[in-house]
Design a binder for this molecule. Structure first.
Ligand SMILES: N=CN[C@@H](CCC(=O)O)C(=O)O
Ligand SMILES: [Zn+2]
Length: 424
């Protein structure tokens, strides 16, 4: 830990995301970025001590300037470190052959029902030794960091049995200790019904409830539970039982809902007071209204929609109804092989017609809310972790507009410069 204070000054545009409102931002508040022109941040012991204009911070810390490492941001943009609230980043192998098959016309579910898709990654993840899986996942985290991401959520769910679930979750725990990125873990044993349980689907649901959840809790390996609630995967009733069992054990609920077919997953999320519902490509108005009413965060995944050739989620209606919206990469080898939150922000604007400001809110503060971390990350305010991203552009609008490029310059994690673009 750097014990010297860090004074970052001459920030052309500082998007603090600070707001008088508490809880996830909804409606017009998603456009309020708490912007400061010619901004400055004073960081001490990994925390943000003060935020203001360069002149204000200079005056406030005049007597202590000598002690500080002084950084000139050169008129660039600083945002909170990006938060990716939905990933499956611990996995073995790759699925580029399946990508080609989909380009030839096979659908995602056809491939999965024929034993490919999630089943193929589960088999490869079973077969990848712990140390190799750890190394490959750590390399992926490096890529996330190079795209300005300082916290991610990670899900288990690639395995044909409990031991692979535990392997994935233990890897996330170990990486959380080793890697600069903070990892928040979700147990997703209900991602696919293993082929060995064909015809005995109920038996698998029972095993998730009676064997897997207790084993995960015994090692305190997860904070959230998630289910792939989908036609031909887990039904509404199976999803309800699994999520209720998780909640009873102390996990907060998330749900992959209405991705391929509208099955009522959004309504279930509202009934169970899930913290978030994911995908929502096919969600109907009633489901959106129920989510708005219950305060469930919509975690939207435009890179997945693009990669699967599906129409993206109706973010505009959700925002207009008061549903809090977050966005995420959904990094996984089948439906979204990307680590780029900057790309996801571009796609949120281009495909879902979110404003540049809404996309930034969805990738920072609201994303932090979707993983219950808004008390410490997601905005640049006094007392929060000094997780900061410096971009090689002068405004957030430019970041969202000049697309397909990684504009990252430097990244601080808890006040430490972990990606250093100075001098280039
Ligand atoms: N849809 C379910 N799960 C993942 C995809 C997993 C895979 O295809 O490997 C998702 O969120 O997109
Ligand atoms: Zn997912």
């Amino acid at each position: 830990m750097n014990n010297r204070p860090v004074w970052i000054q001459n920030i052309g545009e500082l998007a603090t995301l600070k707001s008088a409102q508490t809880g996830p931002r909804i409606g017009e508040d998603m456009n309020d970025l708490g912007l400061i022109n010619n901004g400055s941040v004073w960081v001490e012991k990994g925390r943000i001590e003060a935020v203001g204009t360069t002149i204000e911070i200079k005056e406030k810390y005049e007597s202590r300037m000598e002690e500080a490492d002084v950084i000139d941001a050169g008129g660039r943009l600083i945002t909170p470190g990006l938060v990716d609230p939905h990933t499956h980043f611990v996995y073995g192998g790759s699925r580029e052959e399946e990508f080609e098959r989909r380009l030839q016309g096979y659908t995602y579910m056809e491939i999965m029902n024929a034993g490919g898709g999630i089943h193929s990654t589960a088999k490869k993840t079973d077969d990848t030794p712990y140390s190799q899986l750890l190394k490959e996942s750590s390399n992926r985290l490096d890529l996330f960091l190079h795209h300005g991401v300082t916290t991610i959520e990670g899900k288990s769910g690639y395995g044909t049995a409990l031991d692979t679930e535990l392997k994935q979750l233990r890897i996330m725990r170990e990486l959380n200790e080793q890697h600069p990125i903070d990892i928040v873990s979700t147990f997703m044993g209900a991602h696919a019904i293993p082929k060995s349980f064909a015809g005995r689907e109920e038996r698998y649901v029972e095993s998730v409830i009676n064997e897997m959840i207790p084993a995960v809790m015994a090692e305190d390996l997860a904070e959230f539970i998630d289910v792939f609630c989908e036609k031909d995967v887990f039904s509404i009733e199976q999803s309800r039982r699994i999520l209720l069992a998780g909640k009873k054990a102390g996990l907060r609920a998330k749900i992959h809902a209405d991705e391929i077919v509208a099955t009522g997953g959004a309504e279930l999320a509202a009934q169970l007071e899930a913290i978030s519902a994911e995908h929502l490509l096919k969600t109907e108005l009633a489901g959106m209204k129920a989510m708005a009413e219950a305060g469930v965060i919509a975690c939207l995944l435009p890179a997945t929609a693009l990669f699967l050739g599906e129409k993206p989620a109706d973010a505009r209606t959700m925002i207009d109804l008061g549903v809090p919206v977050a966005i995420s990469t959904d990094c996984n080898p089948g439906s979204s092989p990307t680590v780029s939150m900057p790309l996801v922000m571009n796609l949120a604007c281009l495909l879902m017609k979110m404003t540049p400001a809404e996309a930034l809110t969805a990738a920072t503060y609201n994303a932090a809310c979707a993983i219950n971390r808004e008390d410490r990350i997601g905005s640049i305010e006094e007392g929060k972790q000094a997780d900061l991203a410096l971009w090689n552009v002068s405004s957030y609008r430019e970041l969202q507009y000049f697309f397909g490029v990684n504009h990252i310059h430097s990244v601080w994690k808890r006040g430490e410069l972990v990606i250093n673009g100075f001098g280039r």
